[in-house]
Design a protein around this ligand. Sequence first.
Ligand SMILES: NC(=O)C1=CN([C@@H]2O[C@H](COP(=O)(O)OP(=O)(O)OC[C@H]3O[C@@H](n4cnc5c(N)ncnc54)[C@H](OP(=O)(O)O)[C@@H]3O)[C@@H](O)[C@H]2O)C=CC1
Ligand SMILES: O=C(O)CCC(=O)C(=O)O
Length: 440
Amino acid sequence: MFYARLIRRNPAEPNFHQAVHEVVESVMPLVYDSKKYRDASILERMTEPDRIITFRVTWMDDAGNVRANRAWRVQFNNSIGPYKGGLRFHKDVDLDTLKFLGFEQTFKNSLTGLPMGGAKGGSNFNPKGKTDAEVMRFCHAMMTELQRHIGEDTDVPAGDIGVGGRELGYLFGQYKRLNNRFAGVLTGKGLSFGGSVGRKEATGHGAVYFLREILQHRGEGLEGKSAIISGSGNVALYAIEKLEELGCKALTASDSSGFIFDPDGISGEKLEFLKDLKEVRRGRIHEYADKFGCEFHPGKRPWAVKADYALPCATQNEVDEADAKVMVANGLHVLIEGANMPTTADGVTTLQQGGVIFGPAKAANAGGVAVSGLEQSQNALRIAWSHEVVDTRLKGIMAGIHQKCLRHSLEVHGTIDYIKGANIAGFVKVADAMVAYGAI
Ligand SMILES: NC(=O)C1=CN([C@@H]2O[C@H](COP(=O)(O)OP(=O)(O)OC[C@H]3O[C@@H](n4cnc5c(N)ncnc54)[C@H](OP(=O)(O)O)[C@@H]3O)[C@@H](O)[C@H]2O)C=CC1
Ligand SMILES: O=C(O)CCC(=O)C(=O)O
């Protein structure tokens, strides 16, 4: 009944429906048993964003043409702290995508244990093929409107697909110019203007720390194992880096044109080449295969390559049921979601029924926003912590998330299921705050 009503209220938003369905399935037994949650209409309120801001971004391309894009900020829930979540620039961005991401972010941020509410934003601006000057003009135009809606105690955006160090620099510069104040209103900033060491690496490193927690709980380790990874952006690059550092061979990387398969592992000089290719030259993935003489599979995803672990780190719904069947047949041991909701609902069912341990995004990729939270603390205190301090806190936060998943899954469902555990643990903290506030 609840789900049918949600679909009626939010038509044509399949990604949002998918994200809500997964959470509701996990928390329903708890809500059913709890008068305080039922009386507070907690699920109805939690699935309705606090506020959605839609705006036009007008900018000029290098040829002098005036261009217009649409942008949004979905401020989903600020019950446990100021809104927090990334900005995505991609041609396919729409309200459905940002609502699913903002909803997920609310539970993820709760899991970190830091005081952060959930939000997400972005634009259907396509950064591919744009010059630095065009990206700069777009970012300045976007911040000209966005600055009215953010603030260090209100809403603190960060990066996501298509928004990295370059874009955050342009966005922060425009915020500072318009407001004449230097404040922690964005995270993922450059190290010379208030960024935190370790933020760039945090999502990928954190995902591998979460994998290590799962393995350690079973008395296993990463040494001598292999992994398949999709993407070659921020999350993928630093997941590969940490896997290699911990002795696990990273066999694949991809972009929207296809994937490369390097049976010797993407390490050392090859990983440095890939970082330069993607972070500096903004080139295509086949250039890795051209340089190092390995396989390039145009138009394909890497899921048929045999490995111990899989880390989808590109985008939503990039692992479907057919991929999951191949992974199960190949004896995959653990799947860790580096991207947000990279596995379809049928894919998740197939993997879990096939005995694959599943590390869901809201737990596994929470390291990025966690270090964003640490960046907010450093900005507020006007200090900069060392790499050792940030990395130790990140490891502690990922270990804490792992413990919360175990505890809440066992308490409510009596089994270890990281999806259920993450959903319930994330939910309880936000729900209790909402109940405490009364009917607002
Ligand atoms: N950055 C962060 O801190 C965090 C990111 N995430 C999530 O991780 C995922 C990746 O983000 P991030 O690494 O920051 O983004 P980047 O823009 O740095 O990299 C994205 C990568 O995924 C590929 N990709 C994007 N869309 C598609 C698509 N539709 N099909 C195939 N490949 C695609 C890109 O290839 P191409 O360049 O060809 O498009 C690129 O290799 C997203 O789901 C994001 O929400 C989650 C937590 C934190
Ligand atoms: O660092 C942040 O604030 C947000 C990161 C993010 O967008 C995510 O976790 O999906």
